[in-house]
Design a protein around this ligand. Sequence first.
Ligand code: MN
Length: 205
Amino acid sequence: MTSSDAPGTSHALPPLPYPSNALEPVISEETLSFHYGKHHKTYVDTLNELIEGTEFASLGLEDLIIRTAGNEQHAAIYHNAAQAWNHTFYWHSLTPNAADKLPAALEAKVKSSFGDFAALKRELGKAAIEQFGSGWAWLVLDGTELRVMKTSNGDDPLPKRLTPLLTVDVWEHAYYLDYQNRRADYVHAVLNKLMNWEFAAENLR
Ligand code: MN
């Protein structure tokens, strides 16, 4: 996923894994176009400006995030790098061809960590809806167990040495054009119609 991360090159905006109208009607083409073409692109462009000519210029996105996390002096680099990474991860967390059951590799882990698929979706939905203000809800691998967590603003789970499996963007720009203040409607529609459980299973490896 980070093939654009070759050291010494600037970070590229990775292509969307589907056409910008592919997630309709849950996420409109208008929302997706702005979200990807303006918001995501701006994080990438800003990051490139911030790191040009610095000690960080040759680092891949994940290394950048881990190296700058928690360092006030480099907060802008951290937030833009994390947001660049988070958005690419979010696009892959969604699919127009969502399955209504879990891949076998994930199912066993979901059973042991949450009980069943419905319980996982409830927990992920709860985290997404309850995240106060802008942020993200995540399904992560923590050691050998799965868990749900939320992060604020531009934080992501990588510096905590967790393995992200899936994410849901709950910044208002992710849903406001389509759902206005009804974040719960957006979250439930995404969880039930667009989650890429195959991608989550691939991230287990
Ligand atoms: Mn976003």
